[in-house]
Design a protein around this ligand. Structure first.
Ligand SMILES: *[C@@H]1O[C@H](CO)[C@@H](O)[C@H](O)[C@H]1NC(C)=O
Ligand SMILES: [Zn+2]
Length: 293
């Protein structure tokens, strides 16, 4: 009996199963807890989560001098970005301020393998006088970075993150400038941040601004393209990145609202949502392409 049992389920195998369970369990727990602002859960601890230890991680520094001509690329069409009824809620998700979008808006263009449907957008920023974009260009970090997330053929984000090119994120940089003309959409959006101070807070949107209004000053016919990952756990290497170098200039007040209005958790705990960007990852000679119409 003993012998038979052992031959089916030897002790080392049971040990392995227990170990595997522990590892999985730990990583699930850690998944819930990853953060930006504490050594115990900050970006240096993410390597064990999902693909955060992979070879094609984001963000990276873009060296413009090394970018290859993107002859396979074309201008990007943005469909439905101007619709003010499409943004439907603004959420403090504990890592960023995120705007969720009603379905139907999309991007497509030469170089994108399919139609990519808009799901949501969010931001990364620094603190008072420290910039907080995720990508840098020739080593320069900008004040704030906007990420607009799309999935191929309207897959769920979870499904899309298993597809090597399931997600298309388009990124824009903000630069504060006290002489910048007022951009109403940015003012409206940044004022709304005061309504979502704590993790889990959200406000319903009702036509206050259109995503296109945030982007109207940008020349979208010039961009960088590379293949990388989500910049938050599970860091899935399924992202086609499009980075627009043309800066969106806004009043310093707009940038300040981001770094002053939100907390990572509760106001009581007092962890201000600041510096919510992942450190640069190695580009390991990945190809970065440059498109200009
Ligand atoms: C995309 O999926 C969402 C939710 O699954 C759905 O509400 C929306 O209508 C879909 N959009 C399109 C264009 O199929
Ligand atoms: Zn992001």
């Amino acid at each position: 009996m003993q012998v038979a049992m052992e031959s089916i389920n030897p002790p080392w195998k049971l040990g392995m199963q227990v170990l595997l369970l522990l590892l999985l369990g730990c990583s699930y727990i850690r998944c819930e807890e990853w953060c930006y602002d504490k050594p115990s859960c900050g970006p240096q601890t993410w390597y064990s989560l999902g693909q955060c230890n992979g070879a094609n991680q984001s963000p990276i520094n873009i060296e413009t001098r090394k970018a290859l001509p993107g002859n396979h690329l074309g201008p990007i069409d943005f469909i439905g970005y101007e619709d003010r009824m499409r943004p439907y809620s603004l959420v403090n998700n504990g890592h960023s301020a995120e705007v969720k979008m009603k379905g139907g808006a999309a991007i497509f263009g030469q170089g994108l393998p399919g139609i990519f449907y808009l799901q949501s957008f969010h931001f990364h920023w620094g603190q008072s006088n420290a910039p907080g974009s995720e990508h840098t260009i020739n080593g320069k970090r900008y004040d704030l970075e906007l990420h607009i997330v799309h999935t191929k053929n309207n897959m769920s984000t979870e499904e899309a993150s298993k597809d090597p090119d399931g997600i298309a994120v388009v990124a824009f940089f903000l630069k504060k400038n006290s002489n910048a003309p007022v951009m109403n959409s940015w003012k409206t959006l940044s004022d709304l941040l005061e309504l979502i101070p704590e993790k889990g807070d959200s406000v319903r949107l009702n036509g206050e601004f259109a995503l296109g209004g945030l982007l109207k000053t940008v020349d979208v016919n010039r961009y960088y393209r590379y293949h990388g990952s989500l910049t938050t756990p599970p860091c899935s290497e399924s992202v086609i990145w499009t980075i627009f170098p043309d800066l969106i200039e806004v009043s310093p007040k707009v940038v300040k609202k981001f770094s002053k209005s939100l907390c990572f958790t509760t106001k009581r705990e007092g962890r201000r949502m600041q510096n919510n960007y992942r450190p640069l990852q190695e580009s390991r000679n990945r190809k970065v392409y440059w498109f200009q119409e």
